[in-house]
Design a protein around this ligand. Structure first.
Ligand SMILES: [Zn+2]
Length: 273
């Protein structure tokens, strides 16, 4: 009798563990963080021949994702040090973006009760300074980056990342946790190893985070390619790949720098689940 009871208890425990594991899979929530605000001096740098000489407000966005297996950060924004600069970070070329940092990344994580050491994994869309500004706040976090981006020589052949930072170099798409909830999508063209991130949320549905594969809605709709992109045709191919994914997955496209769109979305501490 006692034996049967123990067996039943063991079976019950096994069932409840099974249920917990099933619930624990996948992405649980996503926070949108303010990783910079700026003004682009001449928007035609991003849309050749269109809106020449006109300025445009930009935002810079990071995304903190709670996966069942730990915290994951997508893009890191303008360096937190810019928050202390009264006039922000003025570009050398006035046609480019003058960035400010109204709130640090560190402060936004602290507000959510997330310590830098809690971030187990991170990925950046590409290595422009407004995306990698705070990578080294998370020296322990595994960095997922395309090999083509990692090995793209920087100014004076400088490496793009600290060589001691733990890294997984990718060649193409990667389902990060093997459960389909976070998939890095190779979208080269803006830079040689640019990538985007597909996130499957339980209630919100599927969202494709653009990185700089596109900078704002009008460029997406008209498939316009910024003149400074490293691959013009590659960028167009990447946009078609993204359009295919959006259609197949019935996904939303969230464009990193698009202020008009971001103003319609919930910012941390609110979240998407
Ligand atoms: Zn960029």
């Amino acid at each position: 009798m006692k034996k049967i009871f123990l067996l039943l208890a063991a079976a019950g425990l096994w069932l409840s563990l099974g249920a917990a594991f099933a619930q624990g899979k996948g992405v649980e929530r996503l926070y949108i963080l303010n990783c910079g605000e700026g003004v682009a001096g001449d928007i035609s740098r991003w849309s050749p021949g269109v809106n020449v000489g006109k300025s445009m407000d930009f935002v810079d966005t990071c995304y903190l994702i709670k996966h069942a297996s730990g915290w994951f950060l997508w893009d890191t924004g303008i360096p937190d040090a810019v928050a202390a600069m009264p006039n922000g970070l003025a570009p050398a070329d006035p046609r480019m973006t003058h960035w400010r940092r109204p709130k640090t990344l560190a402060a936004q994580l602290a507000e959510l009760g997330v310590k830098p050491g809690d971030v187990k994994g991170m990925a950046v869309s590409h290595t422009h300074p407004d995306h990698i500004g705070n990578v080294e706040q998370f020296p322990q976090a595994m960095l997922y980056v395309q090999k083509a981006e990692y090995e793209w020589p920087g100014a004076n052949n400088a490496p793009r990342f600290k060589p001691e930072h733990p890294v997984t170099k990718l060649e193409g798409d990667r389902d990060l946790f093997g459960d389909g909830s976070l998939t890095l999508v190779s979208t080269p063209g803006h830079t040689p190893g640019h990538q985007s991130l597909l996130v499957r949320l339980p209630k919100t549905g599927t969202v494709l985070l653009s990185g700089d594969a596109v900078h704002f809605r009008a460029n997406w709709e008209n498939r316009r390619v910024p003149s400074a992109n490293t691959g013009q045709e590659e960028t167009k191919k990447s946009m078609e790949k993204m359009a295919g994914i959006l259609a197949k997955e019935h996904a939303q496209l969230w464009i990193n720098h698009d202020k008009a769109q971001r103003d319609t979305l919930k910012l941390a501490p609110e979240f998407y689940d």
